[in-house]
Design a binder for this molecule. Structure first.
Ligand code: SF4
Ligand code: SF4
Length: 89
């Protein structure tokens, strides 16, 4: 069943000013095996960086993600964890 949501969602700005991958300190990492497709991360990301596929699976747009951690905080299954950039695990 497709969840129908009507809300206002911000979109990342076009151009180099909207691209945050170069200065982000933390990055969200998604463990798809824990994801229940509740879409809370997609709803709450302030920059529209959670991408939603037709089957409601989600992925993260690292070009525009600013590493705020809101998606990780909202995820009820701890499927998203924040990792320091360049530190691997
Ligand atoms: S860390 Fe922030 S900007 Fe990046 S995907 Fe999560 S909510 Fe969006
Ligand atoms: S909030 Fe967590 S469980 Fe829900 S869609 Fe996002 S990653 Fe999956």
């Amino acid at each position: 069943m497709k969840m129908q949501i009507k809300t206002t969602i911000s979109r990342p700005a076009d151009g180099v000013m909207g691209k945050t991958g170069a200065w982000r300190d933390f990055r969200p990492e998604l463990d798809s095996s824990k994801c229940i497709k509740c879409l809370l991360c997609w709803i709450f990301c302030p920059d529209g960086c959670i991408k939603r596929a037709d089957d409601d699976s989600v992925s993260i747009d690292y070009v525009y993600c600013k590493g705020c951690g809101i998606c990780a905080n909202e995820c009820p299954k701890q499927a998203i964890t924040m990792k320091r950039e360049g530190m691997g695990e």
